[in-house]
Design a protein around this ligand. Structure first.
Ligand code: DLL
Length: 433
């Protein structure tokens, strides 16, 4: 039996969703026009006034917001309410530029936690569950968001935060934790550590995991499900739009339902800015129609993705997004060819490796080089040179057929690549361009 947090809205008809979105969009545009001079100026420059926006069919008339706008307006320029109505901030790690600071009213936090509760219940959570939240707490949104969602479901919530893997495993076993929330790379590391401790999936009480905050492949899902003996569900979100829970996977495990009563999704061509039809890949753009503290209109995420509206067996009617393929700023251009780290990862997992790898890009004599360091698993570890060479050649061939270009592959000893407790760092780009 499918498990819902807010069935009426999660399974609403298309007409109902469109009506909700249209009404909220009109209100949100007025709110922003009156309270966010930065965006009002953008609207004026585009020749649009709130009167031009009568429903979602008019969405395309509104100007985009980009990461550059967030940088320009840092820190307070896009705040949508007086400071006394803000109860919290969160912030991005700033790995790809200046930090983003997002502001939340109490109402914003409530709806965000509802979104996370929907995700947990879609993964089977009930008030009987013990939910261990092993995303980082603090400025990062992962810990706070899923912690709040878990409270709303009524789970016994364990606010672990990330790190201290032995203690994580001890709590899972001692408290009989049934649900874990963390990044997929940390889930893989937990699995690896449990295996080393001689634990089998039967010794681990977990039944489900809610994994997101970074791109991960289907192969990695299979791997985590096998080692931990759980069902692994994807969850998507970003600080600018509150955090985790913008979209989440249901029992069908093939794409994430976007919470359309709070967020309107569009896919655009990142070059021409043209809105693309469902089923076509492009950049994901969101309009947050409820959030008041940091109201984002047509925010360009840089995430490359596809939307689908086929009927879902879980009964939810909200549009689904595929796993994002990566961010347009993660995409490497190597010798003119677009390469996503997720494609390299897929080749490794298909060949029996785990997602312990590092991609090193450089430019030598005006030529891009692509080196992939890949850890052997303990089972395949050998010092037989012929064996290693054969394995390396197999991976080179696999990558050539996936990417269309040649990579240099170096196999390294198990455990020699640093593990991550949060988002994994996969790419080192040494090119000075
Ligand atoms: O990563 C929020 C989050 C926390 C999501 C916990 C899920 C779970 P940021 O740090 O602002 O927020 O990073 C947002 O991470 O634009 C994507 O590029 C990437 N991302 C997030 N979830 C996924 C996912 C949090 N499920 C950025 N698959 C986004 C692929 C993801 N990429």
């Amino acid at each position: 039996m499918e498990n819902y947090f807010q069935k009426e809205i999660e399974c609403a008809s298309r007409e109902e969703i469109v009506a909700i979105q249209s009404k909220k969009l009109v209100e949100q545009v007025h709110h922003v026009w009156e309270n966010v001079p930065y965006y009002r100026k953008k609207m004026e420059e585009a020749g649009v006034t709130p009167e031009d926006i009568k429903g979602i069919d008019d969405l395309h008339k509104l100007p985009f917001l980009s990461k550059d706008d967030l940088r320009d307006a840092y820190p307070y320029g896009l705040m949508g309410v007086p400071k006394e109505d803000v109860v919290r901030i969160h912030s991005t790690s700033g790995t790809t530029g200046k930090r983003v600071i997002a502001f939340y009213t109490q109402g914003d936090i409530d709806l965000w936690e509802d979104c996370c509760a929907r995700a947990l219940m879609a993964a089977g959570a009930t008030k009987e569950d013990v939910c261990q939240v092993s995303y980082g707490f603090g400025l990062f949104t992962g810990g706070a968001g899923l912690n709040g969602g878990s409270h709303k479901v009524g789970c016994m919530t364990v606010p672990m935060s990330s790190g201290n893997t032995e203690r994580q495993i001890m709590f899972i076993r001692d408290l009989n934790a049934s649900i874990i929330c963390c990044t997929p790379s940390y889930a893989a590391y937990l699995g690896e550590s449990m295996k080393e401790m001689g634990l089998t999936p039967e010794d681990i009480p977990l039944k489900a995991g809610i994994f997101g905050a970074e791109a991960w492949s289907e192969e990695m899902r299979k791997d985590i499900e096998k080692t931990l003996g759980i069902k692994a569900y994807d969850i998507y979100g970003l600080t600018e739009l509150s955090g985790p829970g913008v979209a989440f996977e249901c029992s069908a495990q093939n794409g994430m339902h976007i919470n359309e009563d709070h967020f309107i999704a569009e896919i655009i061509d990142p070059k021409t800015h043209e809105v693309l039809p469902d089923g076509q890949q492009g950049e994901l753009v969101f309009t947050a129609i409820d959030k008041k503290g940091f109201p984002m209109i047509r925010y360009r995420t840089k995430d490359i993705c596809t939307l689908h509206r086929e009927k879902c067996p879980c009964g939810r009617t909200h549009v689904k997004m595929e796993k994002p393929k990566g961010r347009s700023d993660d995409m490497l251009i190597i010798r003119g060819v677009n390469v996503f780290p997720s494609q390299i990862e897929a080749v490794l997992l298909e060949n029996g490796y785990q997602a312990n790898y590092q991609i090193i890009v450089d430019r030598v004599n005006n030529n891009d080089t692509l080196d992939v360091h890949v850890e052997m698993t303990p089972e395949m570890f050998t010092d037989n040179v012929n064996e290693i060479t054969k394995r390396q050649n197999d991976l080179v061939a696999g990558m050539k057929s996936m990417l269309g270009i040649k990579a240099k592959v170096t196999l390294v000893a198990p455990k020699s690549i640093t593990r991550s407790e949060g988002k994994a760092v996969r790419v080192i780009d040494n090119r000075k361009i």
